[in-house]
Ligand binder design. Structure first.
Ligand code: NAD
Length: 257
């Protein structure tokens, strides 16, 4: 890492959601100017006092992602140069909880479109400028992908979700190998059950399973979004500069894979 003083910038997809908002907050505390990309954002906003912007995007559309990137580069610009992210957190994800035999092709297409294809669109948009910026400044850049322990060990009622998250883990390792020579590191965080809207779906479909999960966690509780955000902030920090291609579970010990 060089000693240049340009403001560090980050993009967090799904930045309006439970874990995403906690990641945005953690990176802001660490001094990043952050773009929170989300489907639930209606209109992109100017930089707030906290150094954050909200950017409207639908990750399933390559055009929408390209437009979100252009908006981010302009709104987070430092002086006349468009902003290029130092950190990109691919966090957005969706799930539909149902036994495999009750899922249909539409469920699969929708979950794959967000959880996997969204990653494709974002990485295609951000990597070329990140690589160019790293070459020009010798300051490294990093991508953090949010997968799930469902992608490591499987999860009843989450067949397609687990398949996409296993894909995210494998994609992380491949991209890490390809991008190491360009000074871009790529790592993956696998949350265990975390207290957000996504997990509320599980409680709504099967409260007994939810309660059982909470009891099964060795550390004795469901994660809070800040538990995940702290690990993402570590991976985004210079302390993790020598890590790439790694998959970190943040699950209170529920999985030890
Ligand atoms: N909550 C958990 O228990 C848990 C466990 C393991 C992994 N995860 C993963 O953590 C990540 C964040 O999940 P969360 O629990 O905060 O969920 P959440 O539902 O609170 O947030 C997800 C966010 O993604 C956004 N989003 C969905 N589709 C989008 C699209 N097409 N374009 C742009 N944004 C879109 C939503 O609007 C929402 O704000 C996901 O990848 C999820 O799979 C969550």
């Amino acid at each position: 890492m060089s000693g240049d003083t340009a403001a560090r910038t980050a993009i967090v997809t799904g930045g309006a959601g439970g874990i995403g908002a906690a990641i945005v907050a953690a990176l802001t505390v660490d001094g990043f100017r952050v773009a929170a990309w989300d489907l639930s954002v209606e209109t992109s906003t100017e930089v707030g006092l906290d150094g954050c912007i909200d950017v409207a995007v639908d990750l399933t559309s390559g055009e929408s992602v390209a437009a979100a990137y252009a908006t981010t580069a302009e709104l987070l610009a430092d002086g006349t140069q468009p902003a290029v992210p130092d950190v990109v957190v691919n966090n957005a994800g969706i799930d539909v909880i149902a036994p495999f035999l009750d899922t249909d092709e539409r469920d699969w297409d929708r979950i794959i479109a967000v959880n996997l294809k969204g990653l494709f669109h974002v990485c295609k948009a951000v990597l070329p400028p990140m690589i160019e910026r790293v070459a020009a400044t010798e300051r490294g850049a990093t991508i953090v992908n949010i997968a799930s322990d469902a992608g490591r060990v499987g999860s009843t009622g989450e067949a397609v979700y687990s398949a996409t998250k296993g894909g995210v883990i494998a994609f992380t390792k491949t991209l890490a190998r390809e991008q190491a020579r360009n000074g871009v590191t790529v790592n993956c965080v696998c949350p265990g059950p975390t207290d957000t809207g996504l997990l509320d779906q599980l409680a709504a479909t099967n409260q007994r399973l939810y309660d059982g999960l909470a009891r099964a966690v060795p550390l004795g509780r469901i994660a809070q979004p800040t538990d995940i955000a702290g690990v993402v902030a570590f991976l985004a920090s210079p302390a993790a500069a020598y890590m790439t291609g790694q998959t970190l579970s943040v699950s209170g010990g529920l999985t030890m894979a």
